[in-house]
Design a protein around this ligand. Structure first.
Ligand SMILES: Cc1cc2nc3c(=O)[nH]c(=O)nc-3n(C[C@H](O)[C@H](O)[C@H](O)COP(=O)(O)O)c2cc1C
Length: 211
């Protein structure tokens, strides 16, 4: 079967919120929410804090799974702690039982990097991992993949419908929110998200708002 990450709804250059599952050398299964960038048809890229279990496991094993899910409980449990054992399969590299699709990935390159302009502690090192996708499995015909850009666009649109009917403090708050939404959309959004936030920005400018 041809490998093309478009099959899970990924568009080259955009970043998606996924759950990466890995295993430690002593057999501990791990899951963490990680932003996965669609690098090419057959490659993904991630930037992962070096101190995380995920980065350490990937460094050791050179393999990982990108799970596609929009299950909010999985995202929450995997963020505040680790997922309970029953969420994982018993595969050599564990997979989430409840995912729409998954990508099996093999590390191609692994580089240490310190991100400029990172609001998080500037001393924190990350690993920039480029990986080859060597298998794609669809559990659902149309996997639902999370992209923050779309949700931020929706927030901006909702605020747009209110901006003319709120007080000045609230207007300023909405404009700040807009600037942040635009920043994130430009970083992670799809081409259609980026096109849409530009249309909305021009509309707000035409209405006299300073953006
Ligand atoms: C939606 C979402 C996306 C995230 N993306 C990343 C990321 O791209 N890189 C990263 O290092 N941490 C990211 N995090 C934070 C990690 O998930 C978090 O540090 C986690 O505790 C790491 O777990 P681990 O030590 O089990 O690997 C993200 C968190 C959330 C909620």
């Amino acid at each position: 079967m041809t490998i093309n990450i478009k099959r899970v709804g990924m568009e080259k250059g955009s970043q998606y919120e996924t759950i990466i599952t890995t295993i430690s050398p002593d057999g501990r299964k791990n899951a963490a929410p990680i932003g996965t960038i669609a690098y090419s048809e057959k490659e993904v890229m991630c930037r992962i804090f070096k101190t995380s279990h995920t980065a350490q496991n990937i460094s050791n094993q050179k393999e990982f799974i990108v799970n596609i899910t929009s299950n909010p409980v999985i995202f929450t449990l995997a963020t505040i702690g680790n997922l309970p054992e029953e969420y994982f399969t018993d595969d050599q590299v564990p997979i989430l039982k409840d995912c729409d699709a998954y990508l099996k990935c093999k590390v191609k390159t692994l580089k240490e990097a310190r991100k400029k302009n990172d609001p998080v502690n500037s001393d924190s090192m990350s690993l920039v991992i480029k990986a080859e996708v060597y298998d794609i499995v669809l559990n659902k015909k149309c996997p639902k993949i999370a992209n923050r850009g779309f949700y931020m666009l929706i927030e901006s649109l909702v605020n747009y419908t209110r901006i003319d009917i709120v007080n000045d403090n609230m207007k300023e708050y909405y404009l700040e929110r807009f600037r942040e939404d635009e920043r994130v959309i430009k970083k992670v959004g799809t081409s259609e998200d980026k096109k849409s936030i530009e249309i909305l920005k021009n509309q707000l400018k035409d209405m006299g708002y300073d953006l």
